[in-house]
Design a protein around this ligand. Structure first.
Ligand code: FNR
Length: 369
């Protein structure tokens, strides 16, 4: 049987030999202080690299105030760039391709991980429901964030562009803008977290403005053919969610499509919890199907895919490539296992966030992979 999942694909400037993508996965194992990628992190990515396979890194904060949890790696200091360089070299040594996910968490943070213990920033001073991680890995209710002033927005946009340049300096093949899962850019998109009265709030056009401006700035910094963006139109992670996502996301994707970016990465509605909870909604449309007509370039879909559903999605043209999250955590050689249709290791949710090698670099690969 010919496989669509294991056929080559060009995504902007990225040349892939198969379409099994490693999804961005926060693991909270960077070196503290400094939030610097470590040797253990290098080993984790090296294990998961494959010839011609695309890895999207875990979210990397673009600035100190972009951080939401302890021990997440940044991409704003010289030491972090050096740390990431060892990661990109290890992936390239195996013939792999790796892009860095540019992350600003907005209100999904806690003052204990913020510079000078300041309040997190957000479009509006509205606290998210749920619990933050403190610097000591404790869980406490989210604080009410400080609303960004209009005059701070140009610097915020430039911070994204600078972080993208830093990623290229660290040897990444491109960047992915994190516009999903209830973090800063999605907080701007959605009216439940954005009550601004300036040009960045109110109408769909205004709420989309920051995302479009960030995408423009990042793509001019590193090239549109090395810039992707991730969106979760139906997501409910981190107290996000819109009743009727179609008008908002149809407008946004229409605007983004004018920028000729390398790819659009969509999380499927059935995985609205973004891997944070075991949800698999039935009888919901595919995001890739709904928005595909609005997007001419490569489309990556993610969310509860397995070998069979991934193959079907690519065969039917709903997506060009499929990103796998939890299965990649537990299966360092996932592309080989999917190609051979062999058994997969089960993931252990208890070791997703924080800790050391256990549940991180100790999942076994096939003997001959
Ligand atoms: C995630 N996810 C995620 N998404 C993202 O855009 N940036 C990130 O840093 C993370 N971090 C993260 C950590 C962990 C432990 C999990 C389980 C998930 C979401 C992830 O990329 C993916 O969309 C979901 O896991 C759904 O795909 P799977 O796991 O069903 O293949």
């Amino acid at each position: 049987m010919t496989s669509n999942l294991f056929s080559p694909l060009k995504i902007g400037a990225l040349e892939l030999t198969h379409r099994v993508v490693m999804a961005p996965l926060t693991r909270m194992r960077a070196h503290v202080p400094g939030n610097i990628p470590t040797k253990l992190n290098v080993e984790y990515y090296r294990q998961r690299a494959s010839a011609g396979g695309l890895i999207v890194s875990e979210g990397a904060q673009i600035s100190e105030s972009g951080q939401g949890m302890p021990a997440t790696p940044g991409i704003h200091s010289a030491a972090q760039i050096e740390g990431w360089r060892a990661v990109t070299e290890a992936v390239h040594d195996k013939g792999g391709v790796i892009v860095l996910q540019l992350w600003h968490v907005g209100r999904i943070s806690h003052s204990s991980v913020q510079p000078n213990n300041a309040l997190p920033v957000a479009p509006s001073a509205i606290a998210a429901a749920g619990n933050a991680f403190t610097a000591n890995f404790e869980r406490v209710p989210f604080e009410t964030p400080r609303a960004l002033e209009r005059k701070e927005i140009p610097l915020l946009i430039e911070t994204y562009a600078q972080a993208a340049r830093n990623a290229m300096a660290a040897g990444f093949d491109g960047v992915e803008i994190h516009g999903a899962n209830g973090y800063l850019l999605e907080q701007f998109l959605q009216s439940r977290s954005n009550k601004r009265y300036d040009g960045y709030g109110g109408s769909i056009e205004n709420r989309s403005r920051l995302v479009v401006e960030v995408a423009k700035a990042v793509s001019s910094a590193v090239g549109p053919d090395r810039t992707g963006i991730r969106l979760s139109p139906f997501g409910v992670a981190n107290d996000s969610g819109v009743d009727d996502p179609f008008p908002l996301y149809a407008h946004l994707i229409g605007e983004l499509s004018k920028l000729d970016l390398a790819y659009l990465h969509l999380i499927e509605p059935r995985a609205s919890g973004a891997g944070q909870a075991e949800v698999d909604h039935k009888n919901v449309p595919f995001a890739s199907e709904l928005f595909r007509p609005l997007w001419g370039n490569a489309l990556i879909a993610a969310g509860n895919y397995n070998a069979e559903t991934a193959e079907t999605a690519v065969a039917e043209g709903r997506a060009d490539a499929i990103a796998f999250g939890r299965l990649f955590i537990a299966n360092p050689d996932l592309p080989t296992r999917l190609r051979r249709r062999v058994d997969l290791n089960a993931y252990n949710r208890a070791t997703f966030y924080g800790g050391g090698a256990e549940g991180y670099t100790d999942y076994p690969a096939l003997a001959d992979a």
